[in-house]
Design a protein around this ligand. Structure first.
Ligand code: GLN
Length: 199
């Protein structure tokens, strides 16, 4: 399968590397034509205000919203999740794509603990914990009723799914555990199968 990694800013290389390791084609996406040519998209972490500005400047913002709304599978982490959300609760208003029914507190895990790790129990992954790395992570403040919470930390959702979207507060590309990427790739495979007309 052909998996795009939105490559405007943030930890792009790490995501490309995991997709290649799992045997798929990884494509660095920097314009809307490239976006049209992939089966699915990963939206990395980074700095959400910078990303939003650049996505608009490179005219990918609206095509991105359109592709996601028409069912393209997306896996967003950290700042990527901020971009997808319905809105931000704490910082000054900032434009979001509004395709994922969650609201976000930016840097919601506190500035003093800029970064930490935690063991999560993830739906479908059984009782083997998933080590998650949080870096100036966005906190999910509210979730809509169509949103499935796949994992929580301290009672707060940190991994969610809604239709064709998976979003995480943490950075799965920074550890060797690839269960989340595999889960996403399965989801992409199923969406391709569903879209293929049967003879
Ligand atoms: N704190 C960043 C923001 O608000 C997100 C951090 C991250 O992606 N690791 O945009």
């Amino acid at each position: 399968m052909k998996i795009g990694v939105l490559g405007i800013q943030g930890d792009i290389q790490e995501h490309l590397a995991v997709i290649k390791k799992l045997g798929h084609e990884a494509v660095w996406i920097r314009d809307s034509d490239a976006l049209k040519a992939v089966d699915a998209l990963i939206m990395p972490g980074g700095e959400s205000t910078t990303m939003t500005k650049l996505l608009k400047r490179f005219a990918i913002w609206e095509p991105l919203r359109k592709s996601i709304n028409s069912g393209m599978p997306v896996f967003a982490t950290c700042a990527g999740m901020i971009l997808l959300s319905r809105g931000i609760e704490n910082y000054p208003a900032q434009d979001t794509l509004g395709v994922l029914d969650v609201t976000i507190e930016r840097n919601g895990y506190g500035r003093q603990v800029d970064s930490f790790e935690a063991d999560l129990y993830v739906n479908y992954f059984g009782d083997v914990p998933f080590r998650a790395v949080f870096i100036r992570a966005p906190k999910i403040a509210t979730t809509g009723k169509e949103v499935e919470v796949m994992a929580s930390f301290g009672g707060t959702p940190v991994l969610v799914r809604e239709r064709n979207i998976i979003a995480a507060s943490f950075h799965p590309e920074l550890t060797d555990d690839v269960r989340l990427q595999r889960y996403f790739l399965d989801m992409v495979g199923n969406s391709i199968e569903d879209a293929t007309p049967r003879m």
